[in-house]
Design a protein around this ligand. Structure first.
Ligand code: SAM
Length: 278
């Protein structure tokens, strides 16, 4: 079968946004690589003009390059399977696809069908969030996973003892993927996937713990809402921003009443822990 492969070179934080934009115009499979990512769609839905229009809006924000070519792929799934390697986070958590061998020697195992969503554990921010989660009490907690992607952090939360996780994402395919992955990990009774942003939380009681691996701008914009939906004494884990932006995130978090506790860095990405005063 013939596909269009769009090769995009872009910094990490722009890649997330570009993936979302390209999905809007029919790209339905994305593969990360060292320079950015490759996006795929079929020839009939591809429009070079639409791609150029999207790219032109982001080229001013960073080094963005792109080119497309027609490719023939016989076994789409096999290609994808080849590219998603299992990994181990913090020596304790195995993250793998259903077709990889199980790791009963490790304490935790998360099975992910990534499809088009962000969150296979390979990104530094996901690994940092999971590492921070391992140090946070989840037992019987009601958790909010904002920007859930594949739902990887929600699954981790349940494995760490959470009684309920509301997993929210603005991308429709992502909320669906999170629900599928909850099923795959047999935590469907504890994880509720919901489409939307902070406005989708209206009417929710405050949560015991919030996980928010999104991006700098959304975190800054929604900081006040997170404060509203976190119980006194509850921890909130942020990621999706670079080390240089930590002072900005910290100032916004403290302005919303959160107390800084700690942060971890990996390849310049940060996951920081704050807490709502008791
Ligand atoms: C960096 S990914 C994190 C995915 C996953 N939680 C992980 O840790 O691997 C960020 C996710 O946030 C979602 N997102 C972007 N803006 C959002 C918003 N305003 N509210 C909720 N989710 C948002 C994106 O669609 C994307 O799936």
């Amino acid at each position: 079968m013939d596909f269009i492969e769009l090769r995009v070179t872009a910094p990490g934080e722009l890649s997330d946004i570009l993936v979302a934009e390209l999905a809007e115009i029919g790209f339905d499979t994305f593969e990360d690589n060292d320079e950015g990512f490759c996006a795929y769609t079929t020839q009939d839905v591809f429009s070079a003009d639409n791609v150029a229009e999207i790219m032109s809006r982001y080229q001013g924000l960073g080094e963005v390059e792109f080119e497309h070519r027609l490719i023939t792929r016989q076994n789409w799934n096999a290609e994808w399977e080849k590219n998603f390697q299992p990994l181990v986070i913090a020596d304790k958590v195995s993250v793998r696809a259903p077709f990889h061998a199980a790791r009963p020697d490790l304490e935790y195992e998360i099975v992910i069908m990534p499809r088009m969503s962000f969150g296979t554990g390979h990104h530094d921010t996901t690994a940092l969030m999971i590492t921070n989660q391992l140090h946070i009490d989840h037992q019987n907690k009601r958790v909010l996973d904002m920007g859930c992607g594949t739902g990887i952090l929600a699954v981790m939360a349940v494995q760490l003892g959470a009684s309920y996780v509301l997993a929210v994402d603005v991308e429709p395919w992502t909320a669906e993927n999170a629900a599928d992955n909850a099923l795959e990990n047999n935590v469907q009774n504890q994880v509720e996937a919901r489409l939307g942003d902070v406005t989708a939380l209206e009417g929710e009681e405050p949560f015991d713990l919030i996980l928010a691996n999104i991006n700098r701008n959304v975190l800054l914009e929604d900081m006040g809402a997170y404060a509203h939906y976190l119980k006194p004494g509850g921890p909130i884990l942020f990621s999706g921003f670079y080390e240089d932006d930590l002072p900005l995130i910290r100032a916004a978090a403290e302005q919303s009443g959160f107390a800084y506790e700690s942060h971890r860095v990996q390849n310049h990405w940060v996951s920081a822990v704050f807490r709502q005063p008791a």
